[in-house]
Design a protein around this ligand. Structure first.
Ligand code: URA
Ligand code: SF4
Length: 284
């Protein structure tokens, strides 16, 4: 799929989501929230469902949890518009209640199609409901910070899942904040593992993926600079200026040369600056 075809396919899904009436959540929504991000990314973040601000704006993770997600991404040198961000349900459950199983099931085809189009190497799950879709049976207390091969039935043909707590958990429990930043530091390493698995699977196409849980270790600072967000095989034109690549690999971005340590985690900030967040964003 060319970048233009990918972009158009994602837009087409988004148009359907915006007028969808397949479950009761459409009755109380202001706007549906299809998701947004870079169409050529290798990494998708999947949350639970829109909250108040997302429902108002029609965009994912733009409230307080979104501000924290943006901070988490920048702690590994990534920007929101270099990944794809969406949710298990695309419309806000009233009063931010948990999504019901039938609502999740009704909405599942949209996420599945997004995954088919994006063909991500890495699916980062945010919270229990998202984790349940990609690591069935896992318990978040032990699964956070770990990877597992994704069932192709999800739509992601050859992906690795990496589980994290939901950013909003940090607002209920202060200690969760450092757990989130610590787990985030494992994401670039999880992407490297995901790429290795894909490369390996391409070589040995007949063999099943090794679906074992494995704790993704945080790479030591002297490691190779971790990953570009874009797949080597995708013929993408850089979305914005990038440093000259030393190899032929096209890049939307590179993460920091050094992955920070937990001690480097920025001090807590108060309410996110919505304008600044908005400026960073590029809708696909
Ligand atoms: N929480 C989520 O799970 N998703 C959003 O988009 C915002 C908050
Ligand atoms: Fe449709 Fe999903 Fe919204 Fe339900 S939550 S109305 S299935 S888009």
């Amino acid at each position: 799929m060319t970048p233009d075809e990918r972009r158009e396919a994602l837009e087409s899904i988004a148009r359907e989501v915006r007028v969808c009436t397949k479950c009761r959540l459409h009755q109380s929504r202001t706007r549906a929230v299809p998701g947004e991000g870079h169409p050529e990314t290798e990494v998708i973040f999947v949350g639970e469902g829109p909250g108040f601000n997302e429902d108002q704006q029609g965009r994912p993770f733009v409230g307080a949890a979104g501000g924290l997600l943006t901070e988490l991404l920048s702690s590994v040198g990534w920007k929101r518009d270099e990944v794809f961000i969406t949710n298990v349900v695309k419309c806000r459950p009233p009063g931010n209640r948990d999504p019901e199983p039938d609502e999740i099931a009704a909405c599942r085809p949209y996420l599945q199609r997004q995954l088919e189009v994006l063909d991500p190497a890495l699916v980062v799950t945010l919270g229990r409901f998202s984790m349940a879709s990609f690591m069935p049976g896992a318990r978040i207390g032990s699964a956070h910070g770990t990877v597992r091969a994704v069932d192709p039935e999800t739509g992601a043909a050859n992906a690795t899942a990496y589980a994290m707590y939901h950013p909003a958990a940090a607002f209920r429990q202060a200690a969760m904040r450092s757990t989130l930043f610590k787990d985030m530091l494992g994401v670039p390493e999880a992407l490297l593992q995901a790429r290795q698995r894909r490369a390996h699977d391409e070589e040995t196409a007949a063999l099943p993926a090794d679906g074992l849980d494995q704790r993704a270790s945080v790479p030591p600072p002297e490691d190779e600079p971790p990953p570009t967000v874009v797949d080597a095989e995708r013929d993408v034109t850089p979305a914005h200026d990038v440093p000259a690549a030393t190899d032929a690999r096209p890049a939307v971005t590179r993460v920091n040369d050094e992955v920070g340590t937990v001690a480097d985690v920025p001090a807590p900030t108060s309410a996110p600056d919505a304008d600044a967040t908005g400026r960073q964003l590029g809708l696909f």
